[in-house]
Ligand binder design. Sequence first.
Ligand SMILES: C[SH](C)CC(=O)O
Length: 267
Amino acid sequence: SNASSVGESLDYKITGIDPGAGIMEATERAITDYELDEWDLVSGSSAAMTASLKKAYDAEEPIVVTGWTPHWKFAEYDLKYLEDPKGSYGGEEEIHTIGRTGLQEEMPEAHQVLSNFNWSEDDMGEVMIAIKDGEKPEVAAQAWVDANPEKVAAWTDGIEKVDGDKIKLAYVAWDSEIASTNVMSIVLTSLGYDVTMLQVEAGPMWTAIADGSADASLAGWLPLTHATYAEKFDGKFEDLGTSMTGVKIGLVVPAYMDITSIEDLKK
Ligand SMILES: C[SH](C)CC(=O)O
């Protein structure tokens, strides 16, 4: 029998996430860069992608997903990134906190906490995995805050409490940002803020910060992943710095697949 090509075994489909995510733009770039002409990128959502990943993995079937680190899937499954010799996905990425331009003068205390916010892949992983295992996001976040008073104090020490000031945090339902936004919501609430978490798609998230309808977001993946949004809204947002470095986006497959590079998808 003729050995089916990788593409045939995958019906030439890459399982993506929400269409506005930067990883989707990077994957369209990879399809061009690697001349994957017969391939289609299927959009959906982060939750749908992880459901498809589980289904394929449990059946030990082939699958290629748009993946990123940090993410609980690497703790759950034996996965690997496909090498990206043409650099379609960039190199080391960072998670930035972004704020609307008036934030510092109007909400100095929140601006300071948001600027101070930083945590590790392990910190985020604890919250993400608890949520994956069925915990409500706000419960998982509260448990992490309760267990890490010294890490939270490093963000909030010396910052005056406020009296019910309203603040709106915009985010996209990526597991990483569900975790960080729920933790920050709890921390800002402990400082007296009345916090609203606004879950939107990536484009509307950046738009909300730029037009001031949201105050801040912990979901700015830069320098490459959200480069298009950062350029589009240049001058209309403030970069409050990184909450995590050494993060990554790319194409991810189960370790049981015997391909190692995006180049191998052409075979
Ligand atoms: C899915 S990554 C967290 C961010 C992005 O791709 O826009």
